[in-house]
Design a protein around this ligand. Structure first.
Ligand code: NAD
Length: 376
């Protein structure tokens, strides 16, 4: 019988787990034994007893899980010390940040570990149920608005009362991918007035359909990749964007930046000049802070206040802000991936190398780097 193992996340900032009780039962029903390291779900409100009741076996430490596992699923990329414990031939599923982790990929290959990178799962309709980038970005978009509303000194909706009228808060969302769309929808539901911008022109319709206003900037040719990701702007285009963004930022109570470039450093969009033009007390949530930052001076895990009183927040692990639901979604993504490649007869993961999804996300196998993008 094949064994699945979910270790306790080693990074203290990580709140999520790779398995939820609901997916334990589903994995067991596929014909696997499920091992969960004691305490793995504590930060997301899943106790060892919950996992046991769902059919898992609790192991006391990482070493005892890794030594038995055929499939390992974890949230963050593994450290070298973790890999010491992984057996050759194990299927290892996690975020890997493969564009920036050459040494880790070499290490995985040398150890004959088959590594799947969650970031590389294709953005296709068939793969949607395994798309962990989307499931987590969606929750992070919601969390960004909740974090802002919790820290603001003003309410979001308009209120007309005998004591006076309160105007709605103004939100400006820069970058309208999965997180940005959820941020728009959430801010609108709470009654804010919302504007948004993205370099991909196709986004305008989506912004309007959520009842928000699209800020138009003529940047010339921008476009997107075949996976739907934004292309990098030229320095001239970025400068033009900055000038236009400054006007929208100056009228906003809250700016949420989610602009990212897949596999590369996030573009710097709001520099010190733009911040100087914003109102005192206004707030920026830089969701891209962990991949380089969209805002000059933003710091991971900190709130930095500028000289003119603009509050720049660089949230750490916004995807795990609501860990109970984030774990549930992520665990489902892992399960759906395994189930898609599960061979009912051999009761094992089947490496169908001609499958588009596997070609997209399998990085190493049998001692080799097998992904075209990382071979060179
Ligand atoms: P992302 O996290 O890579 O980037 C977030 C947003 O930032 C993107 O919309 C991008 O266009 C934008 N951006 C980049 N540079 C910018 C700049 N200088 N100024 C303003 N905005 C900038 O994106 P994501 O959320 O991962 O989504 C990427 C794409 O994948 C989208 O087109 C999305 O609709 C698509 N998608 C498709 C599926 C599917 O078909 N199954 C699933 C999920 C996402």
């Amino acid at each position: 019988m094949k064994r699945f193992f979910a270790p306790l996340e080693t990074n203290p900032a990580e709140t999520r787990a790779s398995v939820a009780p609901a997916t334990v039962t589903k994995l067991v029903n596929l014909g696997m034994e499920v091992l969960v390291q004691s305490g793995a779900g504590l930060k997301s409100d899943y106790s060892d007893a919950d996992y046991t009741a769902a059919g898992a076996k609790i192991v006391p430490d990482a070493a005892s899980g890794y030594s038995q596992a055929d499939i390992v699923a974890r949230v963050r990329k593994p450290e070298a010390a973790d890999l010491e414990m992984v057996k050759p031939g194990t299927l290892h599923l996690s975020f890997l940040d493969p564009f920036n982790e050459k040494a880790l990929i070499d290490d995985l290959a040398q150890r004959k570990i088959s590594a799947i990178s969650l970031e590389m799962i294709p953005r296709s309709t068939l793969a949607q149920k395994m798309d962990a980038l989307s499931s987590q970005a969606n929750l992070a978009g919601y969390a960004a608005v909740m974090m802002a509303s919790d820290r603001m000194r003003k309410i979001l909706p308009m209120m007309m009362t005998p004591s006076g009228t309160i105007s709605p808060a103004r939100f400006f969302i820069i970058g309208v991918g999965v997180a940005g769309l959820q941020a728009i929808a959430t801010a609108k539901r709470l009654g804010a007035r919302v504007e948004a911008f993205d370099t991909r022109p196709v986004v305008e319709e989506q912004v309007k359909s959520l009842g928000a206003k699209f800020v138009k900037v003529d940047l010339g040719d921008t476009g997107q990749t075949d996976q739907g990701y934004a292309k990098e702007l030229t320095p001239e285009q970025l400068e033009k964007q900055r000038l236009e963004m400054a006007k929208a930022c100056a009228r906003a109570d809250v700016v949420i930046t989610t602009a990212k470039l897949f596999g590369r450093k996030a573009p710097l969009i709001l520099n010190a000049d733009v911040l100087k033009q914003m109102q005192p007390g206004s707030m920026i949530i830089d969701f891209a802070v962990e991949s380089g930052g969209n805002v000059e001076g933003s710091k991971v895990g900190e709130e930095v206040v500028t000289e003119n009183g603009v509050r720049v927040i660089g949230p750490e692990n916004l995807e795990g802000y609501y860990p109970k639901d984030a774990t549930l979604m992520l665990a489902s993504n892992f399960y759906n991936l395994i189930e898609h490649f599960w061979n009912e007869e051999s009761k094992d993961f089947e490496y169908r190398m001609d499958d588009e999804i596997l070609q997209g996300c399998l990085i190493t196998k049998d001692g080799q780097i097998v992904h075209e993008k990382f071979k060179a």
